[in-house]
Design a protein around this ligand. Sequence first.
Ligand code: ATP
Ligand code: MG
Length: 203
Amino acid sequence: MPAGDAKPLRIGVFGGTFDPPHVGHLVTAVNVRHALDLDLMLLMVNNVPWQKVGSRSITPATDRLAMVAAAVADVPGLEAGAHEIEAGGWSYTADTLTTLATEYPGAELFTVVGDDAAAGIRSWDRADEVIAGSRLVVVDRPGDPVELDTDIDWVRVEVPRLEVSSTDLRARWADGRPLDYLVTDEVLAVVAARGLYGSEEHG
Ligand code: ATP
Ligand code: MG
């Protein structure tokens, strides 16, 4: 088939702090990739998440990238995205989409967000660029439904709703409750090897 007839790649960008990555992220990534027939789903690790700075201490980006890379290592079609860490500075999806459009010319890009993140999309830096440069995909998280901007042509994907958050996981680590099945064994191994979340204290 001549190159010009090749179908454009379909690439999902699921951005997050992933501090740490958990089953909610992974189940979402796998199911959205399946539902939308994506060639690749990038779990894009924020370098400096502007929404979260100042509210708590954030695990270094390289450690968060190592956890995400470990979580998806054996999962076909899922990859950890290091683009925002390599770019340095604040992480903005608008810039990431520009980088990906250059890396994968002609690809169709999908920005994937949980409904909590979707509700705040107008506060994102250059939100219009994100909306123009990708299809916006939203998945519901447990809890009250959020109001979405009706001017945006959202793609809704149903995924199993798992009531898991990184915030809850960090609290579990802090007081020694088990994390089994909420994060993968591969992620737990990275946490232990790097002594993250005070894991040295609990052994
Ligand atoms: P934190 O509690 O630190 O905010 P988080 O669990 O919300 O962490 P983030 O890294 O903030 O994880 O989220 C990255 C993306 O994953 C966001 O779009 C968020 O809505 C989505 N997400 C997080 N947890 C889930 C979940 N359990 N189910 C579906 N989507 C999720
Ligand atoms: Mg969050």
